[in-house]
Design a protein around this ligand. Structure first.
Ligand code: SF4
Length: 378
């Protein structure tokens, strides 16, 4: 496939011969930068973390936006900021309180890492973000993308942030696909970065990818950089970026048990590492280890996790949920117990019975909360 290749000279961009961005002179990219930044100044998205920019707001927004759409983040951002308005309040909060405030946003590991990052900023950097890329990348939860996004937006560091949107725009603008695509896109992003306005440049590319240069159906007629786009010029936009095979959908059967003692429901706390760490949930098990088998029944599920037995279970109903590429069908069963957990599997670190009012305040994932709601009054 055609494409930009290291330092090779290409045809297309800027009219005549175009050097790949790795070799491009800043002056050669000037018109492209000016066109995109003019568009961003007039048409960029109005977002709460942009309205009153601060390093803390940039960090919180970037953590929330990891693997999550802006529309999903918006209802959570303001309430999280009210609860934890700055690095100090977040650093001194308990992990359980931070995870509870994150409840419903998913991917809870981010909440724990965000709190640890605030702690590191407060403890090691005097309450302010360190102003160099390496120190940013050393903060908990700061991968190369988050360090570049926060560093450029909050501190004006000349760092190219390459998320899915920017990857797609770069691939099309410079016709990058095939072998070494990822490294070549990153080299192009570094070369194209506007050193005078790196944060705005990164955000302009993000907005262009989200609003105009969409994955399907890009609106090239409305694109502020159409005059510079190699894929458009070659009439080959549909070929960039190269399609990646989606992971196959995995169907999972799960059993969840609701054990009631008096007016309280037994929940287990997931251990501090792994999926759903720090979250409360119903005892549950599934057939992931052998998809050919049914999920373990309610008696086996409860006993293997807690050592408890109950006299009988009744089926409450079924619910469907999605987690990454897993399609999960959960059967919920209800039973009553007199005694509590005898022991705990290594996947969990606590077991406790909670009233409905207490459950409302706990960090619990969305799918689990739906299951609890299926129980009605108890
Ligand atoms: Fe994307 Fe089309 Fe603009 Fe090229 S011209 S950057 S393909 S929207």
């Amino acid at each position: 496939m055609d494409g930009m290749d290291g330092m090779k000279i290409e045809r297309g961009l800027l009219g005549a011969e175009f050097k790949a961005p790795a070799a491009e002179s800043p002056a050669g990219l000037g018109p492209l930068r000016a066109a995109l930044l003019d568009w961003y100044d007039q048409s960029g998205r109005e977002l709460p973390w942009r309205a009153e920019p601060s390093p803390y707001r940039a960090v919180v927004s970037e953590f929330m936006l990891q693997q999550t759409q802006i529309a999903t983040v918006l209802p959570y951002f303001d309430s999280f900021l009210k609860r934890f308005p700055d690095f100090e309040s977040l650093a001194s909060a308990s992990e359980a309180d931070v995870v509870a405030a994150w409840s419903g946003l998913g991917y809870y590991r981010r909440a724990r890492l965000l709190r640890r990052a605030a702690e590191a900023v407060w403890r090691d950097h005097g309450g302010g973000l360190p102003a160099d890329a390496e120190a940013l990348r050393a903060l908990p939860g700061f991968g190369p993308y988050t360090a570049a996004a926060v560093g450029s937006i909050a501190l004006g560091l000349p760092l190219a942030a390459v998320d899915g949107n920017i990857r797609r725009v770069m691939s099309r603008l410079f016709m990058i696909a095939g072998a070494g695509e990822s490294a070549r896109v990153e080299a192009a992003a570094r070369a194209a970065l506007d050193p005078g306005r790196p944060g705005d440049w990164n955000q302009a590319l993000m907005d262009l990818g989200a609003m105009v240069c969409r994955p399907r159906d890009p609106d090239c007629a409305a694109c502020p950089v159409v005059a510079f786009c190699a894929a458009k010029r070659a009439n080959r936009v549909g070929e960039f970026p190269a399609a990646r095979p989606a992971p196959a959908t995995v169907r999972v059967r799960e059993t969840a048990v609701a054990v009631l003692r008096g007016g309280a429901l037994l929940l287990l706390l997931r251990a501090a590492s792994g999926s759903f760490a720090g979250m409360w949930e119903l005892p549950r098990s599934d057939n992931r280890s052998n998809p050919l088998l049914a999920a373990p029944g309610p008696t086996e599920t409860l006993e293997s996790l807690t050592g408890m037995r109950v006299a009988s279970f009744e089926k409450v109903g079924s619910a469907r949920s999605v987690f990454t590429h897993h399609r999960i069908e959960t059967e919920l069963h209800r039973g009553r117990a007199r005694a509590g957990a005898k022991r705990l599997a290594p996947s969990h670190e606590a077991a406790k019975c909670f009233t409905p009012a207490e459950i409302a305040e706990l960090p619990i994932g969305r799918a689990q909360r739906r299951l609890v709601a299926m129980l009605g009054e108890f």
